[in-house]
Design a protein around this ligand. Structure first.
Ligand code: B12
Length: 252
């Protein structure tokens, strides 16, 4: 982020309560503390979708608001993002490789879209759900993405956008994927839809997910034989009180 920040919205108190310790760890460059928080959430039985919603998204959203208010600069924001990404990779390292025959999904940022941490998180959520998932990362030119999808024919493509200004590019990309690779499901998601759910109406995708739980449930429901799985109760998606008690204890 490079423009001059102005006054911005304040997050809800609930957001702060959950994301606070992680926010402090990310902004102070304390990788061990960040990892410890995510690992403890894992030990409490939270899946990656829940960890993303109650910890990563609020903490990074808070970083964005602080940047907007001029309380952190670009270097500090880059540090926080890099650390969050590394801690995520570490906790996701325990996910087993996809089973033979797992359906393939490819996540990608649209052309011009540089917010790629979300696609990393979405990719790990898909792997945890049993998909063979890949992430193409930031700013993928539309022609390159189309060629990739047409040649490799994944079961699904997940397009990510954080900026509402990228909705027209998204509409074009969805239409062209449908033309080049009929049969490939096109999912759309990212911060833009969390901030403005009305944008969902504009994008003619097979599914537009405003929350990661929606993505997780779609992935579970669209595995071969996944209908029964989708009907199974999803794990709780809030941090139990014991999590905060654990956080207060000294680290192992
Ligand atoms: C880190 C960051 C950056 C980094 C990104 C680095 C990286 N490696 O990703 C950099 C420096 C590149 C950046 C640049 C900019 N940024 Co920025 N950025 C952020 C910040 C602080 C965090 C984003 C993040 O990683 N969130 C955490 C992830 C996990 O959440 P997520 O992206 O929403 O993804 C989750 C879900 O949405 C979902 N998901 C994601 N993709 C997909 C795809 C599918 C198919 C599905 C189903 C689900 C899904 O899964 C994830 C699970 O948790 C946000 C603040 C915020 N509120 O998010 C601002 C923010 C998004 N940025 C903003 C701005 C303005 C910019 C710039 C325009 C600044 C500038 N003037 O240069 C540029 C634009 C660059 C571009 N063209 O893309 C604004 C956008 C405001 C708006 N209303 O549109 C925000 C909100 C900051 C703010 N408060 O003002 N940014």
């Amino acid at each position: 982020m490079t423009s001059t920040p102005k006054a911005g919205p304040t997050p809800s108190p609930a957001c702060r309560a959950d994301a606070g310790p992680l926010l402090v760890a990310l902004l102070s460059g304390d990788e061990a503390a960040a990892l410890c928080i995510l690992r403890r959430a894992r030990e409490e039985g939270l899946d990656l979708a829940c960890i993303a919603r109650v910890l990563l998204e609020p903490a990074l959203s808070q970083v964005g608001e602080m940047w907007y208010r001029g309380e952190v600069n670009e270097a500090e924001e880059h540090l926080a993002t890099a650390l969050a990404s590394r801690a995520l990779s570490r906790i996701a390292a325990t996910i087993p490789p996809p089973p033979p025959g797992a359906p393939r999904i490819v996540f990608s940022c649209l052309a011009g879209e540089f917010h790629e941490l979300g696609t990393r998180v979405a990719t790990e959520i898909a792997r945890e759900a049993g998909w063979d998932a890949e992430n193409l990362g930031a700013n993928v030119p539309r022609a390159a993405l189309l060629r990739f999808v047409a040649q490799r024919r994944p079961r699904a493509v997940g397009l990510s956008l954080s900026l509402a200004a990228h909705v027209p590019e998204c509409v074009r990309t969805v239409a062209e994927i449908r033309h080049e690779a009929p049969g490939t499901a096109v999912l759309v998601g990212g911060g833009a839809f969390r901030r403005d759910a009305a944008l969902r109406e504009l994008v003619r995708a097979d599914a537009v997910h405003a929350t990661v739980e929606e993505l997780r449930d779609w992935l579970r429901g669209n595995l071969p034989g996944g209908v029964a799985d989708a009907a199974a109760p999803a794990p709780p998606c809030c941090l139990p009180a014991s999590f905060h008690e654990k956080l207060a204890r000294p680290r192992r």
